[in-house]
Design a protein around this ligand. Structure first.
Ligand code: MG
Length: 411
């Protein structure tokens, strides 16, 4: 089953219940989504068998998680970290692996469900390897769909992969879409918290510090996505993600600022009816649902009491104070290689901001300049495959790094 037709697949659901043990791998196990998933798995250990866990570089945490959850294989992306991982796992019987080959080994290991939660386009190849298993992929890495939407969805269909989303808003959409009347959907709206700078004046936003940008009001997440939330690029990336996940046209997709993060998504039908999905802002809900879909099981997520939540408010996204909204929308409408270039340039700009090498306000300027440069050079047609995507990604990073170097001219 692909996300484009969310007809519940009772056959697959039944097979999980029959065996009663779901084999799970987590690509990106030490991050926010990975540790939340392991928290859930640890609460029902009889239901899961942890196969492979991977991490970027945090060997100590990876080894601890692998031992705690009885993983069969642990892989670290940094090749140099192999000896340290091997030593940390010595005597446990857990296989150690490292580098790109180690990640491939982990991603290709047989599972019933692989959670793909590596940050950035670095997660693309491992996610594609897991797609090729033809089982369930719980996708937390939106960059895969932004950079490689068509190629990724083609692979999903070719291999009969059951693609489920772990992004909270998209999980909301998944729960709201009824397979039988998909052609009657007129609009899908993702909510945005507005981030820490929702009410700030533009000059203050442009000069915001890393510490201020990392203080997300509602969600506890990794550093990259938290900065993307502060620029609101995250919501722009999510529109592109939703376009591919649910096979929607750009004109059907919208975002709305909802500071309380209680409503996660809205689906409007042609008769004017709007369905909303509500839940406490806790990533364990979409993660749990991706593991048990189409079933639902109790989770530790706090129950919602609408008499005790603050008043729910909605306002339009301001693409003047948050120019990344405009850039992402433009890339989505342009299509072709624009979303991949947008994502790559944004990864460079966010990393530079986190390293205090540019101002917050420069993130959008760098992305804007990189996209314009690539477009002027005619480098943004639709990439044909993964190799073309990775070439464009590398070129966009190079151009964005040039723009970063010329930041004095941008100001
Ligand atoms: Mg999200």
């Amino acid at each position: 089953m692909v996300a484009a037709d969310f007809a519940p697949t009772s056959v697959q659901a039944k097979s999980f219940l029959q065996t009663n043990v779901m084999r799970v791998s987590i690509l990106g196990a030490t991050g926010s989504v990975g540790t939340s998933a392991l928290d859930l798995i640890g609460r029902a250990p009889a239901n899961y068998s942890v196969e492979a866990l991977t991490a970027d570089a945090n060997v100590a945490l990876l080894a601890r998680l692998a031992i705690t959850h009885g993983a069969k294989l642990a892989a670290v992306a940094t090749p140099d970290a192999y000896a340290a991982l091997k030593a940390a796992l010595s005597g446990t019987g857990i296989e150690a692996a490292a580098g790109p080959a180690g990640l491939e080994l982990a991603a290709g290991r047989a599972t019933d469900c692989t959670i793909a939660s590596i940050v950035g386009v670095a997660g693309l190849q491992p996610a594609l390897t897991a797609v090729a298993l033809g089982k369930r992929l719980a996708l937390a890495n939106k960059e895969c769909l932004v950079s490689a939407g068509h190629v990724f969805m083609r692979a999903v269909r070719t291999h009969g992969c059951e693609l489920l989303t772990v992004d909270s808003e998209h999980s909301g959409v998944m729960q709201l879409i009824e397979a039988r009347n998909r052609d009657q959907i007129t609009k899908v709206t993702l909510t945005a918290s507005g981030g820490p700078f929702r009410t700030w004046p533009p000059e203050a936003i442009n000069a915001a510090t890393v510490e201020q940008a990392l203080k997300h009001p509602n969600w506890a997440m990794g550093r990259k996505i938290t900065i993307d939330s502060a620029t609101m690029m995250n919501k722009g990336l999510e529109l592109i993600e939703a376009q591919h996940l649910f096979d929607l046209r750009p004109a059907q997709l919208d975002m709305i600022v909802h500071a309380q993060s209680i409503v996660h998504a809205l689906v409007e039908y042609s008769d004017g009816s709007v369905l909303a999905q509500l839940a406490a802002p806790d990533m364990r809900l979409p993660i749990a649902l991706a593991l048990t879909w189409p079933d639902r099981r109790p989770t530790p997520v706090p129950k919602l009491d609408l008499t005790k939540t603050p008043a729910l408010t909605f306002e339009p996204a301001d693409d003047i104070r948050f120019p990344c909204v405009r850039l992402a929308r433009a890339a989505m409408h342009q299509g072709g290689g624009a979303p991949a270039a947008l994502n790559a340039a944004n990864e460079v700009a966010v990393a530079a901001f986190l390293a205090k090498r540019c101002k917050f306000g420069h993130i959008a300027s760098i992305v804007d300049r990189a996209l314009q440069t690539l477009d002027n050079r005619g480098l943004l047609p639709e990439p044909a495959g993964v190799a073309e995507i990775m070439n464009l990604d590398a070129e966009a990073r190079r151009v964005a790094t040039e723009a970063l170097g010329a930041i004095g001219d941008i100001d």
